[in-house]
Design a protein around this ligand. Structure first.
Ligand code: ADP
Ligand code: ZN
Ligand code: MG
Length: 480
């Protein structure tokens, strides 16, 4: 039987703020365990939560950037459960009145597998704000709880069951992460647990309208793992259905080492969270004017940026995609491209040289010593034929190491390209004279030898000759 997968994601995103959601402890990753804590986030009786406005503002920004409706009236609720990661026995969350509802996000481009994605929107059911529980660690014989994470503001973004493949789920996650980063909402560093996702997936026979039984997959700590897990679940569920079996609603974990999902709990074991409004917190209200005010501070989103890069700088869709994956890279390109006469060439240099070097040297783009303006200058030096491409790479390496301007390096090292006809004719003559055997071959009709002579001539000129002029001159002299 042919099945269609139906997928909905629940993504948790830690909000980047100075302090935690309901207390003044720093919101910081990587400190000694249980050093960033206070009576509030340790759940001592008698303490009172005070909401963090920066976090609420960022929740609203997230909603606006995903075309959600922002609630003018919302509130916090208590979600009751008993587990060591929550000292209070309840988590402050939002139940029926979240900050953001009914948004959407557009998929485009290619999926993880390289296949073209359908142009479509994925609905966002809701985005609510809650507090992160403590981080539990389990090792042989001992478990630990780090309450530094307890109380960190956490957004939960729930999608509609609108995705139909692992590729679409992967693309959705990629877009969501971009939005969170561009919107200054979160850094979304998955290794630090700043973005975590649960996947809900069901199968239905192709053509059937009703959804099948939903399985929830937890512990997906990379987009790649989410992609693998979806592919695996599609296979596992189809296999059961094909053999005449039936599925039950359950929660499964994902083991990325074995590449398999495993049963965690069935629906019968599901919690009853007994939600009720938190009596310690006032409802949150916004006026239309306040929401518009926040809307005015929103940045240009990657989608719009890509369109602008294609439109005004003549980039291909692919280049625009690569250059907007990271907001800092996009800003760097934008600034360099505006100052150059050849923005397309600027893009090539960033994609093929700069990004490679940055990752090799483990340098972040905002710590890069090559200023965007300098890269624009380098490209213009190539454009106006002051230097050739090969020399440019040498200059580029020097710029990367020292931060010097390209003009200064070219001048100091005497690297200006030689385009003087007489000088070129002289080196070409020298190369021909030194290689009589190859001259014979060329004259016997072996065109490939021309490349050999180009190499020899460039070497003799120490890379400075203008290659186009060299080729023309070689053809001329060899024919004589
Ligand atoms: P629950 O009440 O179990 O939390 P929800 O209706 O709140 O379920 O949905 C949770 C997530 O599961 C959402 O992202 C939603 O899109 C997705 N989902 C709901 N039903 C299905 C289904 N039949 N197949 C796949 N995903 C689903
Ligand atoms: Zn605290
Ligand atoms: Mg739910």
């Amino acid at each position: 039987m042919k099945y269609e997968a139906v997928i909905g994601l629940e993504v948790h995103v830690q909000v980047r703020t100075a302090s935690k959601m309901f207390c003044s402890c720093p919101n910081r990753y990587g400190a000694e365990p249980n050093t960033l804590v206070c009576p509030v986030c340790l759940g001592y009786p008698g303490t009172l939560p005070v909401p963090n406005h920066e976090a609420i503002l960022k929740a609203v920004r997230a909603g606006l950037l995903t075309e959600c409706t922002i609630a003018k009236f919302s509130k916090f609720d208590r979600k009751s459960y008993f587990y060591p990661d929550l000292a209070k026995n309840y988590q402050i969350s939002q139940y029926d009145l979240p900050f953001c509802t009914a948004g959407r996000l557009r998929l485009s481009g290619k999926g993880f597998s390289g296949a073209e994605l359908p142009e479509k929107y994925i609905g966002i059911t809701r985005i609510h704000l809650e507090e992160d529980p403590a981080k539990l660690t389990h090792s042989a014989g001992a478990s630990g709880a780090d309450y530094n994470r307890s109380g960190v503001p956490l957004l939960e973004v729930v999608s509609e069951p609108d995705m139909r493949s692992a590729d679409e789920a992967y693309a959705y996650l990629t877009r969501l992460k971009e939005i969170m980063q561009y919107g200054d909402i979160s850094d979304c560093d998955m290794e630090k647990g700043q973005m975590r996702c649960d996947v809900n997936i069901s199968l239905r026979p192709v053509g059937q309208k009703e959804f099948g039984t939903k399985i929830e997959l937890k512990n997906l700590n990379s987009f790649r793992a989410a992609h693998r897990a979806v592919e695996y679940e599609i296979w596992r569920q189809s296999d059961i259905l094909d053999k005449g079996g039936s599925l039950r609603q359950e929660t499964r974990g994902w083991n990325d080492d074995s590449g398999e999902s495993y049963l965690m709990r069935t629906k019968e074991q599901a919690h009853d969270y007994r939600y009720f409004p938190d009596p310690d917190l006032m409802p949150v209200t916004f006026t239309d004017e306040e929401i518009d005010e926040i809307r005015r501070t929103l940045p240009e989103l990657p989608e719009a940026k890509r369109a602008r890069f294609v439109e005004s700088f003549g980039l291909t869709a692919y280049d625009a995609e690569v250059l907007t994956l990271d907001r800092a890279v996009a800003a760097y390109f934008d600034e360099a491209a505006r100052q150059s006469r050849a923005p397309k060439l600027v893009a090539n240099w960033i994609i093929s040289e700069l990004l490679r070097l940055l990752s090799e040297e483990k340098v972040a783009i905002n710590e890069c010593r090559i200023a965007p303006k300098s890269l624009a200058e380098l490209v213009d030096l190539i454009e106006n034929k002051t230097i050739n491409g090969k020399i440019a790479k040498e200059v580029f390496a020097e710029m990367f190491a020292t931060g010097e301007s390209p003009a200064a390096i070219v001048k100091a090292k005497g690297l200006v390209q030689v385009s003087d006809a007489g000088a070129i004719a002289a080196v070409v003559a020298e190369a021909i004279k030194a290689n009589p055997a190859q001259v014979e071959q060329y004259r016997a009709g072996n065109e490939k030898v021309l490349q050999f002579f180009v190499g020899q001539t460039m070497k003799l000129s120490r890379g400075k000759a203008n290659p186009q002029l060299v080729i023309a001159e070689l053809r001329k002299q060899l024919a004589e």
